[in-house]
Design a protein around this ligand. Structure first.
Ligand SMILES: Cc1ncc(COP(=O)(O)O)c(C=O)c1O
Length: 443
């Protein structure tokens, strides 16, 4: 590396917050309504419009948009909560099996554990999907793993790259005869879960879209945005994500024949707010103090302060995605020059949300990978690893021997810093640092 290049400090993924978000948060604080309220409801409708139309400029405060986009998205305090509520609405319970890729973050699996289900991990395809190189599930192994106990498959759009949902749906349709829906237990939740399972009539497809808000893929011959593909979807708005509300997340689902979206939305609200049948806004109406507790449920609602950040982030989101795509080209070029493999975020049929830039360095082991990470850090470049496969973790048994492809993918993987606070000069600095470090280590 040229000795004259001035050292820079490149963080891994700081939030991109402008005065617009700060002003909206202040407005929320001054408004007198800081918990779940009008800003959260507006963000829900705007997200629903974005998922349906790919547009962030639809006015969601007029009556037509209220009718069209209400009861479609539920904002919550994290993606983990969103995934757990997706599973609880579906009626996932002890004795059920939920299939999860071995190559993901713990939240993809832990939400199912919280519901008492048994996790079945699936290895990934060797070196990931042949076109995108995303560590996507081995679909043959997925098909073989479905049993009469399987109730859901969690597909993970890692880094923003959308899984092959056509293939996943084909598999669950083929295995339909193994599926038996639960019967209603007579409670409002149990009754809804039973009707949902009967309507879906097969293993449910659940998308972990923590990384992929705004990503799209041709699905059943038509381009669809994440959130409009899987039976149920969860998004993350955590501080490191492309789109943030500090912490936060959202659930959405595909409309189900014979079940009103308003009913599903209402049950999400109950599950996220203690099972209380009136939220704070409803209770604040004159003489309306009295409420019932329908079930001893959870507390994971989004506040209007968080939603305030989200509203202004959404105004900027298409621009943020464009900037990410621009930076990505530079990384792609340097990877080609160095003979390093990377995920492909855009194909004829798919456009990723460009969330994570994963590279794999041919021929190196874990120690060399870690040495490269250290050397990059010494030069001020923070990197990361997405992910250490879940079966390697204490909580999941610390044994990856039956998931060789997941281990192999992780062995030589590094995630480069990738965020919209990087200037062109920062991106050049990361590229130059990579070149310098690669020339120093033995491959
Ligand atoms: C793949 C994946 N799923 C789920 C989550 C959980 O998101 P949250 O922190 O919003 O609960 C994360 C968080 O990083 C993630 O990477």
């Amino acid at each position: 590396m040229d000795k004259n290049i001035t050292r820079r400090n490149i963080s891994f993924s700081p939030p991109d917050i402008t005065e617009l978000e700060i002003e909206e948060v202040c407005a929320a604080l001054r408004s007198g309504w800081i918990t779940t309220g009008p800003r959260t409801k507006l963000l829900e409708r705007r997200l629903a419009a974005y998922i349906e139309a790919g547009r962030t400029d639809i006015d969601c405060e007029n009556t037509e948009a209220m009718n069209r986009y209400s009861n479609r998205v539920v904002c919550l305090n994290s993606a983990t909560a969103a995934e757990e509520l997706n599973l609880r609405i579906l009626g996932i319970k002890p004795g059920d099996e939920v299939i999860v890729p071995a190559y993901t973050y713990t939240a993809s699996a832990s939400a199912a554990v919280h519901c008492g289900a048994t996790i079945k991990f699936i290895d990934i395809q060797k070196d990931g999907d042949p076109i995108t190189h995303m560590p996507e599930m081995d679909y043959e192994a997925l098909e073989a793993a479905i049993t009469p106990k399987t109730k859901a498959i969690i597909a993970v759009d890692l880094g923003g790259i959308v899984c092959n949902y056509d293939r996943i749906y084909e598999i669950v349709e083929r295995k339909k005869s193994l599926f038996t829906p639960i019967e209603s237990d007579g409670t409002p939740l149990g009754d809804l879960s039973s009707r949902i399972q009967k309507t879906i009539g097969r293993v449910a497809v659940i998308a972990d879209c923590a990384h992929s808000l705004g990503a799209s893929r041709v699905f059943r011959g038509e381009r669809k945005y994440c959130g409009a593909i899987a039976d149920f979807t969860s998004f993350s708005f955590h501080a490191v994500k492309n789109f943030t509300t500090a912490e936060g997340g959202a659930s959405t689902w595909l409309p189900l024949d014979g079940i009103d979206n308003a009913e599903i939305y209402k049950v999400f609200q109950l599950l996220s707010l203690h099972g209380q049948n009136k939220d704070a806004l409803a209770k604040s109406k004159i003489g309306a103090w009295e409420y019932d507790i329908i079930g001893p449920w959870y507390k994971c609602n989004m506040t209007d302060i968080m939603a305030a950040i989200g509203l202004r982030q959404l105004d900027r989101y298409l621009g943020l995605l464009e900037r990410r795509a621009e930076m990505m080209k530079k990384y792609d070029e340097v990877c080609a020059e160095l003979g390093i493999s990377h995920m492909i975020h855009h194909t004829e049929n798919m456009d990723s949300s460009n969330h994570l830039y994963l590279i794999r360095i041919p021929g190196i082991d874990v120690e060399t990978r870690n040495l490269i990470i250290e050397k990059m850090a010494e030069r001020g470049v923070a990197t990361n690893v997405h992910y250490k496969p879940l079966p390697m973790m204490t909580a999941y048994g610390k044994d990856c021997s039956t998931y060789p492809n997941a281990y192999d993918y992780y062995r030589n993987l590094i995630t480069l810093p990738f965020h919209t606070l990087l200037s062109d000069e920062d991106v050049d600095y990361v590229c130059d640092t990579m070149k310098a470090v690669m020339s120093e280590v033995k491959r």
